[in-house]
Write a protein that binds this ligand. Sequence first.
Ligand code: ASP
Ligand code: MG
Length: 426
Amino acid sequence: MSLVVQKFGGSSLATPEKIHRAARRAIRSKLEGRRVVLVVSAMGDSTDELLKLASGVCSDPPKRELDMLLTTGEQVSIALMAMAIESAGHEAISLTAGQLGLVTDSAHTRARIQRISRERIDRELDQGRIVIVAGFQGTDAGGEITTMGRGASDTTAVALAGALGADRCEVYKDVDGVYTADPRLVPNARRIPVLSYDAMLEMAGAGAGVLHPRAIDFARKFNVALEVRSSLWEGKGTMITPETAETAALPVRGVVLREDLALAALAGVPNQPGVTARVFAQLADKQILVDDIVQGVEADGRTVRISFSISRTDAGATREVCERLRQQCGWAGVEMDESVSKISAIGVGMRSHAGVAHVMFDALARAQIDVLGISTSEIVISCLVRRGDGPRALRGVHDAFGLGEPGPQAPMSGVTSLQGPAATKL
Ligand code: ASP
Ligand code: MG
């Protein structure tokens, strides 16, 4: 009998009606002859509300207790979902991570899954029940309650699908799939029918909030057929699959804007070996994640300017580290621009198309947008821009790659498909 894992996010469970709607989906799959495992998040914004409660009591809550608190959100959802299914005349059972045996490491608030036991779930499914699992949570080897980071119910669902050998994992959201760009910012953005794991991972990493990055990692590792679908209406969503000719046909599949960045610049740094290493060692020590790094020679021709982007929440800590080093090493200055965005164009087809960077820079130039930094990898090109320019940059680049056009996109002028082993990326 085929097995499906269905995951419902908080906004798809925000009211009793929405819980009933999700329950009907699960029941329909059951009636079609499938074994059904549901993974649910906390209702609506209840995780945010719990966090607010915690900060009202304590400015720096102990992480163990934060996990204890936040996991209650999902526990509410599993119980209500089981009640909704039972009230429709079908058997269901809710399970916490501890009850089913989802074991993580002990890193509170950012735990990683270590193993998942099949035994309890299999037993319940054998009884003909719909099994409802609390997302986002785990227990460590000592039985302590953990959570796996904001949005990690996706990860619970995909990891369960992998562990149970499910035929598919359906993630239900209030959007009907992954879009070529955020439709709130780009009105002609389109749903992407099929996307590779690699491109999805990069889109999530670049700031597309649609799936938790670790969920995509699991999907790739266990080859889970993953689909993002709408909880509100029927119809196709986005299938996330191994790379195929279809997913690689276009150089760029989507553009993503990340708006919560800051750009630090160290000015007039002596150009000596080891200086850069020292800066980044100290930032790493403070657990500060550095995104893109640009180094260039200053006008004096002797010293260098090192710029790097970080999450805006790390701006204060970064400034402290750099200011301390500046005093020790005597650089000219430390600058911090806290209103920077990053626009990224992503596509596995970039590996085999030339001119992609040119199209992107040209679109930004035509929109009169200054580029503050550039970084590239095999399937991503990113530019840092001023925050105010972000949405306009996004629309310009989206259109330049022809992503808003209906049907299979025509190859845009300036980009050529390269064939054979001589293919280079840019
Ligand atoms: N409820 C948790 C959160 O809001 C987990 C999730 O939604 O996936 O982050
Ligand atoms: Mg949530």
